[in-house]
Design a protein around this ligand. Structure first.
Ligand code: SME
Length: 154
């Protein structure tokens, strides 16, 4: 199965799973679990916006740092620029925060509330270089769009 086919199979299931749910923590937990299990990534989870920093949210994978300042690391930069970042080699990204030395590439996708504010980021790490591409961006942005719409972010 190609990556695109896998997303096409998984995404409707994940969207159906979050439909009608409003507890953001529960939903982020289940979304992390579903994606992590389907794709076998190294780390899959969320950081949520709190004031001028991101705080660790529900995730699957090894323990991670609790807080990330705005503009710091890949997550803080994706939030600050309000755009999805694909990092083929984390060692080439200035200021990358190495929660795990085994993480080699990553993608970070902002999550917006109904007003368009960034309320969280979806952070996915791989143990391999060059794991993420435009296919991941396309489908993960679709997913975070659904997340942003359905949740009551505070
Ligand atoms: N990779 C992130 C740090 C979080 S961990 O990877 C879970 C970054 O540089 O923003």
């Amino acid at each position: 199965m190609t990556k695109k086919e896998k997303y096409e199979e998984i995404l409707p299931q994940v969207v159906a799973m979050i439909e009608g749910e409003s507890n953001v923590v529960s939903v982020m937990a289940n979304v992390s679990a579903a994606l992590h299990e389907a794709f076998g990534w190294w780390w899959t989870g969320f950081y949520t916006v709190n004031g001028d920093r991101l705080e660790l949210g529900p995730f699957q994978g090894p323990v991670a740092c609790y807080r990330i300042k705005r503009g710091r690391g890949v997550c803080g930069t994706a939030w600050d620029r309000d755009e999805t970042l694909i990092v083929p080699d984390v060692e080439q990204f200035p200021g990358h925060i190495a929660c795990s030395s085994l993480s080699r590439s990553e993608i970070v996708v902002p999550v917006h509330d109904a007003q368009g504010n960034v309320v969280a980021v979806l952070d996915i790490d791989s143990k391999d270089l060059n794991t993420f591409d435009q296919t991941d961006k396309l489908f993960l942005e679709k997913l975070t769009e659904e997340l942003g719409k359905t949740m009551e972010w505070c």
